[in-house]
Design a protein around this ligand. Structure first.
Ligand SMILES: [Ca+2]
Ligand SMILES: [Ca+2]
Ligand SMILES: [Zn+2]
Length: 280
């Protein structure tokens, strides 16, 4: 019921945001959704892709289409005959991304004793990208270069992106050393989720495990933390929204075609690094 209500509310929001009655087609089939996506990219963004990713979200009950072009991310959500569109300038989901993790070293969790496991968890993310690309015969499209800094929580009395980035600079790191700051704040006395601040290249993750999970670090827990940071929160920095499709593939948070990690126009180059992507 709540889910249904939320859906109605979001549809109402979309309808009120719509200024025109274009898009008469119903997005009831994939082919229709593709046609709607191409029409809408042309009308609203003056982009004319011949090949568009279109992925149905069972969770959200809509089709999603996303294209990255000229450093921007354009996305559409197609609910029946209603299309919501947005654009943004994200960090692009390609290349080597330098991440500095500022890790709060709470004494009761002893993260400092699990650094090897944490580095393995970070490596497993790079392996995810490597294996995905290899399956399609591509070189890895995304790889992370990680710097980890353990800090005494007493030194961090402000967890804002501004404070954390000035803290990082006080350690001698400069802008060229990192693209993204990840604040790893696993305080199980004060559980929290995670969030991303796209404009600042900043993500934060709290202790998000529920009561049934032991309050200690092991390989599985740290892999979960790495997934939350690198696949979920950094996904937000790349333009990903929860409204994109469900995580129907186990490795990634969403369908790889929405990040431009597949070749749609058949030239053998994934769209995110294709010089003429989506047949544009
Ligand atoms: Ca291509
Ligand atoms: Ca191409
Ligand atoms: Zn999120």
């Amino acid at each position: 019921m709540i889910k249904h209500l939320k859906r109605i509310l979001s549809l109402a929001t979309i309808l009120s945001a719509q200024s025109c009655s274009e898009d008469e087609l119903l997005a009831t089939s994939r082919a229709n959704a593709e046609a709607i996506a191409r029409t809408t990219f042309a009308k609203r963004f003056n982009l004319h892709p011949q090949f568009v990713p279109v992925v149905y979200s069972h969770d959200r009950g809509h089709y999603t289409s996303v294209i990255y072009y000229s450093n921007k991310c354009y996305r559409l959500y197609m609910h029946g005959d209603v299309v919501m569109s947005k654009s943004s300038i994200p960090i692009l989901p390609k290349g080597t991304q330098k991440v500095i993790s500022v890790i709060m070293d709470y004494p009761n969790l002893a993260f400092n004793e699990s650094m090897d496991l944490w580095e393995q968890a970070q490596q497993s993310i790079n392996d995810d990208h490597y294996e995905f690309a290899q399956q399609s015969g591509f070189d890895p499209i995304v790889q992370f270069k990680n710097i980890n800094v353990l800090v005494d929580p007493d030194e961090i009395n402000d967890k804002s992106p501004n404070f954390i980035s000035s803290y990082v600079r006080s350690l001698g790191y400069t802008d060229s050393d990192y693209d993204i700051i990840a604040l790893i704040d696993l305080n199980f006395d004060d559980p929290a989720g995670g969030f991303a601040v796209p404009g600042e290249g900043f993500v934060n993750i709290g202790w998000f495990y529920n009561e049934s999970v032991a309050k200690s670090l092991n390989q599985e827990i740290l892999k979960g933390v790495a997934f939350a940071i690198y696949h979920h929160e950094i996904g937000h920095l790349w333009g990903w929204e929860h409204e994109w499709s469900d995580a129907i593939v186990s490795t990634f948070i969403t369908d790889p075609s929405l990040f431009g990690w597949t070749d749609l126009d058949g030239d053998g180059v994934p769209e995110i690094i294709d010089s003429n992507p989506y047949g544009l």
